[in-house]
Ligand binder design. Structure first.
Ligand code: GAR
Length: 207
């Protein structure tokens, strides 16, 4: 059993997928706290319904990203979190948070990284004309959507797809993939091999 701290900014359907997997006992975890940088995030309501503590940490009240992250880390530590999950958290995190949870911060991104990092993955994928897209679960490093990849899932992009329909299709596979990776974390199967001679760090998931 691992304790998760889930960071959100919006609707929290990935958070809901985590709750549902815990309920179904396919994920051996407890959501210890949900933190949002947006007061109106629907995900906060989902957390309240699940009787999970919530915190709104307003990024506008902090002078810089590191001091915002420091406040977030305080909340995560108060709740004795083991793993941090960025589930639709639309903020760049700093070494302040990453160094507090080394190799224990996971992000879900709605594209097949390294294609289409950043905040407009679906728009960029449609504009590029790709025929497949999907999602990536990765460990977070200091870059934007650059950390070692844990898992990916693919969806076909159809002729008639727009940003909204692609987002829906990708969310469906996100909801399967994220809890599955978190279960691998819960089973202690994830390890990180640091990159040698300037190569990228890689994750190993033991069978
Ligand atoms: C998800 O599609 C997630 O991959 C994406 O935001 C959505 C959040 O949905 N994250 C990013 O774009 C991060 N760069 P949700 O709030 O319903 O889980």
């Amino acid at each position: 059993m691992i304790k998760l701290g889930v960071l959100i900014s919006g609707s929290g359907t990935n958070l809901q997928a985590i709750f549902d997997s815990i309920e179904k006992k396919t994920l051996d975890a407890e959501v210890a706290v949900v933190i949002s940088n947006k007061a109106e995030a629907v995900g906060l309501e989902r957390a309240k319904k699940a009787a999970v503590p919530t915190h709104f940490v307003d990024h506008k009240k902090f002078a810089d990203r590191a001091s915002f992250d420091s406040a977030v880390v305080d909340v995560l530590r108060d709740h004795k979190v083991d793993w941090v999950v960025l589930a639709g958290f639309m903020r760049i995190v700093t070494p302040m948070l990453l160094d507090s949870f080394p190799n224990r911060v996971v992000n879900i991104h709605p594209s097949l990284l390294p294609a289409f990092p950043g905040a407009h993955a679906h728009r960029d994928a449609i504009a590029y004309g790709v025929k497949i897209s999907g999602c990536t679960v990765h460990l977070v490093d200091a870059g934007t959507d650059t950390g070692p990849i844990l898992a990916q899932a693919v969806v076909p992009v159809s002729e008639g797809d727009d940003e909204a329909s692609l987002a829906q299709k990708v969310l469906y596979v996100e909801h399967q993939l994220l809890p599955r990776v978190l279960q691998q974390a819960a089973e202690g199967r994830i390890s990180v091999e640091p990159g040698k001679d300037g190569e990228r760090a890689r994750v190993r998931i033991r069978a």
